[in-house]
Structures are given as C-alpha cells and as structure tokens.
Ligand binder design. Structure first.
Ligand SMILES: NC(=O)c1ccc[n+]([C@@H]2O[C@H](COP(=O)([O-])OP(=O)(O)OC[C@H]3O[C@@H](n4cnc5c(N)ncnc54)[C@H](OP(=O)(O)O)[C@@H]3O)[C@@H](O)[C@H]2O)c1
Length: 374
C-alpha cells in the first residue's frame, strides 16, 4: 500500500513537472519541494488514505503560481507535522485563490456568496423545520423547481430522508444544489457515525455544509469529527449554529478548520446588531433562522406597519422586504414554507433594493426579542 501511494505521488510530481508549476522547481527552502519531501516522509510514517492523495492531486494540478506559494507555511494547522488537515486546508486555500472573489461578499447577480472553504453557496434557500414526509418532499421540489438551490435541514427535523427524496424528484442535478444539515447534541459523542447516517438518509455522496446545532457536551469532539469528514471528502464546508460572541471566543482557538458559516436567530425583532458584524469580521458567513419570526410570530412581524409601508413603495410583500433586508446585511436566509406560492415569492428578491434610509428604519424595529431559546 505504502509503495502504491509513493508511486502515485511520484507520478503526480512528474505530472505537475510536465505542467510546470511556475518556478516551483527553482524554489529553495520552505517551498513546495521541501514540502513534497515532507509529505513523502510523512506518508512513510502515517496511514495516509487514497483520499489524501486525491487532495494532494487537486493541489498539485491546480498549478499555483510562485506568488501563490511563496511564504506559505504548509503545516497549516501548526502542529509541527504534515498531515491530512494540512492537505485539505491547502486545497481550500487553492480553491479560494482560483475563485478570485472576496469571502463573505454577497454577489446579487449570481445570488451566491463565497465561503472561506473555497465553495460558493446560494444566499437564499428553503428552511425545512417542521416540514415532514410528503409536505417536505413537495416543498423541496417546489424550491428547486422555482430556481432555489439551497436546502437547510437537520437531524432533529426528522426529515433528512424526505429532503433526499425531494432532491431526487426535483430533477435538478445534485451538483447544482447546496445541501445543509446539522448534528444535534445527542449525536456529538458519536459524531463520525452520525455524519455517515446523515449521508445515508439524504442519499448523497457529500454534504455541502454541516453545522453543530447548538453548544453541548462533546461539541469540540463533534467538530473535530466534522473536520475529519472534510478531509475524507464527505463534507465540503463546516460551521456552527447558535454560537454567539463568547462561545466563539472560547471555541475557535481549539479547532483547525475555521467555521465557514454560523446560523443564528435573526429577524427584525431580534437583529443581533453586535453579533452579525463580529462574526462577519472573522470571514465567517452569517445565516439567519426564523427570518419571518418563526411560526406563531409571523403574523405580527409580517403585519408590522413600518415593514408594510416599505413593501408598498417597492410593490413587494412584507416577507420580501424582510428577506431583502437580510441579504443587504450579508445574511443568508432560509425561510420555511410549504406553500409553493410563498416559496416562489421568497426567491424573488433581486428586482428591488432597499435604500439606506429604509435599512435604518428596519434597524429601529429591533427589540432583542428572541423567539426560541437557543
Ligand atoms: N439552527 C437552529 O437552531 C434553527 C432553529 C429554527 C429554525 N431553523 C431553520 O430556519 C428555517 C426558517 O425558520 P422557520 O421555517 O421555522 O420560520 P420562518 O421562516 O421564520 O417562518 C415560517 C413561516 O412563515 C410562513 N411564510 C413563509 N413564507 C411566507 C410568505 N412569503 N408570506 C407569508 N408567510 C410566509 C410559513 O407559512 P407557509 O408554509 O404557509 O408559507 C411558515 O408558517 C427553518 O425552517 C430551519 O431550516 C434553524
């Protein structure tokens, strides 16, 4: 096995030589050549998998320029040895270099945002909390057939299988969509198996984004299991939900892969005015749950006078104003709905723009009023 890996590696190095990574062979200490030597010696000591080699292959074939590589420390997680995380972090760096877009900045044309993992994600999608069985399947199909490409689910919603069926029934190619799910604290102690279970229930080969639902016992171990799953190619991006400033300050120094996204409660009555810019300043994308206030609260929020007066000006609905307000704060939204007309309406957010004054008016509605306990 070791011999096979080494010969694959040698072949790869030869291939990249043929492509001619700009200037790599001329570089002295601390550059790719040194790094490749390090990889080889590391492989001889550790149980590298074929997946690691694929990660390495992606890196080598990405043909980074000398400028891209110079001064990079390839022991990216700083543990003093080359390992699988260094390879997968390197892959992320190169994806980012290739994208040439700024992380966290919303592109209203493509309706996407670039995550710090190097992957792009849609900025509007469907939340599936409380949608079960056929209702869930039909809502997922309606979202995808209306042009939406982001579906948010969670182990705790008991609908990952239905989401998987909706994905298939929609006829939309898997690679065009972005599937997000979450581990729940009762899964943290055995997160590696829980990740496999999610893949199986969703019936997909990879999950675009997996989050920890909220802080709990063994959350660090669960996060590390997600990091490993990134290295194994099972998950593309990872993040957190219901983590606020204090929790992040405690958690981030203990992990290797920076969260790509944090999903927290955000609506006009609970705006997280300090939390949102703090999280965004870390290069982490912010996503809001209960964008319309959550069931039981939507009537009051959607009936709000200020929001309705703004809606009238733009000839749109109150829901569209709230969703657009989120997008203009660079907050990804995932309104929940089982009504195909609402699902379609919630995606039509790009033909109008709120003025600075209107954004300010909505800001004044904040009451720090949480509608759930997380
Ligand atoms: N991480 C967490 O802790 C957490 C917690 C809660 C939720 N979430 C996620 O966030 C998502 C959103 O939250 P949510 O679904 O509970 O609440 P929500 O999106 O704030 O509100 C959903 C309610 O709004 C209604 N609605 C949707 N679009 C509408 C429109 N255009 N006009 C009028 N009414 C509309 C829906 O009714 P109809 O079905 O009639 O459209 C539904 O009753 C969840 O689905 C879930 O994915 C995450």
């Amino acid at each position: 096995m070791k011999r096979l890996i080494l010969s694959v590696l040698t072949a790869l190095i030869t291939v990249t030589g043929a492509f001619g990574i700009n200037g790599c062979d001329k570089m002295a200490d601390n550059t790719v050549i040194t790094s490749q030597t390090a990889i080889i010696s590391d492989i001889s000591q550790q149980n590298f998998t074929i997946q690691d080699i694929y990660n390495l292959q992606d890196f080598l074939l990405a043909r980074p320029t000398e400028e891209d590589l110079r001064d990079k420390n390839y022991d990216l997680n700083g543990d003093g040895v080359w390992n699988v995380f260094d390879l997968c972090l390197m892959k992320r760096e190169l994806l980012l270099i290739k994208q040439k877009k700024e992380v966290g900045v919303f592109d209203m044309e493509s309706k996407t945002v670039l995550l710090n993992s190097g992957y792009e994600m849609p900025i509007i999608g469907l939340g599936t909390y409380s949608l079960l069985d056929d209702t869930c399947i039909n809502s997922v199909v309606a979202e995808l057939q209306s042009g939406g490409r982001l579906i948010d689910t969670a182990y705790m919603y008991h609908n990952e299988e239905s989401v998987g069926k909706g994905i298939k029934q929609s006829g939309v190619p898997r690679e065009e969509m972005f599937i997000e799910t979450k581990l729940y604290p009762n899964q943290y102690a055995d997160a590696a198996n829980a990740i496999d279970e999610a893949l199986e229930k969703l019936d997909v080969d990879y999950i675009d984004l997996m989050l920890l639902h909220h802080p709990g016992t063994n959350d660090l171990e669960a996060y590390k299991a997600m990091e490993q799953a990134v290295a194994d190619g099972k998950i593309r991006s990872i993040g957190l939900s219901n983590w606020y400033i204090e929790e992040l300050e405690d958690f981030l120094p203990q992990i290797t892969i920076m969260p790509a996204l944090v999903q927290n409660e955000i609506h006009p009555y609970y705006q997280e005015i300090e939390v949102v810019p703090y999280i965004q300043s870390l290069g982490i994308v912010m996503q809001g749950w209960y964008p319309l206030g959550g069931r039981g609260y939507t009537a009051e929020l959607l009936g709000n006078e200020t929001i309705n007066s703004i809606a009238e000006v733009h000839n749109v609905s109150a829901a569209q104003v709230i969703l657009r307000w989120n997008l203009q704060r660079n907050v990804v939204v995932i309104p929940g709905s089982s009504n195909p007309d609402h699902i379609k309406e919630n995606l039509e957010l790009f033909d109008f723009k709120l003025s600075d004054e209107e954004m300010e008016k909505i800001k004044t509605l904040n009451r720090d009023e949480k509608h759930d306990w997380y």
